[in-house]
Design a protein around this ligand. Structure first.
Ligand SMILES: CC(C)(COP(=O)(O)OP(=O)(O)OC[C@H]1O[C@@H](n2cnc3c(N)ncnc32)[C@H](O)[C@@H]1OP(=O)(O)O)[C@@H](O)C(=O)NCCC(=O)NCCS
Length: 143
């Protein structure tokens, strides 16, 4: 018998190893807004996830906590995930998305993101920006 975890637990399990590596920010069960997340499955196994958050200004959304299970990397899962997130962004009327990451710049460039600076972020997001972490900022038009 297969017992499926709820979506929040699936997301927590997917991000856990990357949180341990410092690649994704730690979040607790209550902090995960599962309705913002897309989870991709291999059969019933969750293998990739990513969130899309409305910044509530200028039709901009943030893509966050993108990750692919270690054993499923380099097989196109993140590309598929991004395309689902962009589809959702398009349908919700967003014009641009951004992501913050300290790692994987090359992956973001390959997916058509351009490097941006702190002032490009919505003002409220600039205020929340973790200057110690100092992630790189990547923007992409939704089209
Ligand atoms: C970055 C990450 C999401 C990529 O996932 P993935 O499923 O392996 O990526 P894909 O297979 O969809 O890759 C798509 C393309 O990017 C390339 N690619 C994959 N990882 C890459 C990387 N780290 N750097 C550069 N290119 C990369 C692939 O070769 C592929 O190229 P192609 O289209 O020419 O074949 C994955 O490595 C990951 O989960 N990393 C840890 C979490 C993380 O750092 N998230 C980002 C911060 S939120």
């Amino acid at each position: 018998m297969i017992i499926l975890m709820d979506k929040t637990k699936q997301i927590l399990a997917l991000i856990k190893p990357f949180v341990a590596q410092g690649k994704i920010l730690p979040r607790g069960y209550q902090q995960i807004k599962s309705e913002e997340f897309i989870v991709l499955y291999d059969g019933q196994k969750p293998v990739a996830c990513g969130g899309l958050r409305d910044c509530k200004i200028d039709c901009i959304a943030e893509i966050y906590a993108i990750c692919v299970h270690q054993q499923y990397q380099h097989q196109g899962w993140a590309k598929r995930l991004l395309s689902e997130l962009l589809k959702q962004a398009r349908e919700a009327g967003f014009g641009r998305v951004f992501a913050l990451s300290k790692y994987n710049s090359d992956w973001f460039f390959k997916q058509g993101f351009s490097k941006a600076t702190l002032v490009d972020l919505p003002f409220a997001r600039q205020q929340e920006f973790n200057k110690v972490r100092n992630s790189l900022i990547f923007f992409k038009n939704v089209n």
